[in-house]
Design a protein around this ligand. Structure first.
Ligand code: FE2
Ligand code: FE2
Length: 194
């Protein structure tokens, strides 16, 4: 799905449903990080007008998701706390080190490619949650989030092509997708979005 080379391991959905509160809390942190990644990219690369416009929109949308997940946490009486370590994102970022393309915007290409892969993996997992989440309302909500992550994947991939050229961007995304697949297979199954 969406450039991913391996499906989520079969046991993930059971791990997620066994502690759905933990999934929601991690989801809250993911949305926060998605919003701040959008604004960080705008701050670092304001020379790309389409990037500024589309990632400002993305950051606003991610902040709406932050609020939605927080509302759900409150309904459940769960008190949010600041995010801790995110082993998936850390491993993914680390996987780019050492061979970032040497072109002028190689670092941007890597950040956009990682963004695309994270959105794609969230999208794939929301596809499972839109089928299996514990209530009808949650399933409908995850169906909306699933569609939004698919859009975000395409946005990051197209921004990467614009910044680095189609050929290099596609090659790098495919290379990083291989590393993403290894990371997903290696990480323990936990009640988290990633
Ligand atoms: Fe989101
Ligand atoms: Fe997203």
């Amino acid at each position: 799905m969406l450039g991913l080379l391996t499906p989520t391991p079969a046991g993930w959905i059971d791990a997620a449903l066994s502690n759905f509160d933990a999934v929601l809390l991690d989801h809250f942190h993911c949305e926060l990080k998605a919003a701040s990644n959008g604004t960080a990219l705008v701050a670092r690369y304001p020379m790309f007008p389409r990037l500024v416009r589309t990632l400002s929109d993305l950051a606003r949308e991610e902040l709406e998701h932050v609020q939605q997940v927080h509302d759900e946490l409150q309904r459940r009486g769960i008190r949010a706390h600041p995010p801790g370590e995110d082993p998936y994102a850390i491993a993914l970022r680390k996987s780019t080190q050492g061979d970032t393309p040497k072109s002028e915007y190689g670092a941007l290409l890597d950040r956009l490619s990682i963004g695309a892969l994270i959105e794609a993996r969230s999208c794939e997992r929301f596809a499972l949650l839109k089928e299996h989440a514990p209530t009808e309302a949650l399933r409908a909500w995850y169906a909306e989030l699933f569609a939004s992550e698919a859009r975000h994947y395409r946005l990051f991939a197209s921004l990467a092509e614009e910044a680095a050229g189609e050929e290099l961007a596609r090659k790098r995304l495919a290379q990083l997708a291989e590393r993403e697949a290894e990371i997903v297979e290696r990480l323990p199954l936990e009640p988290r979005v990633h």
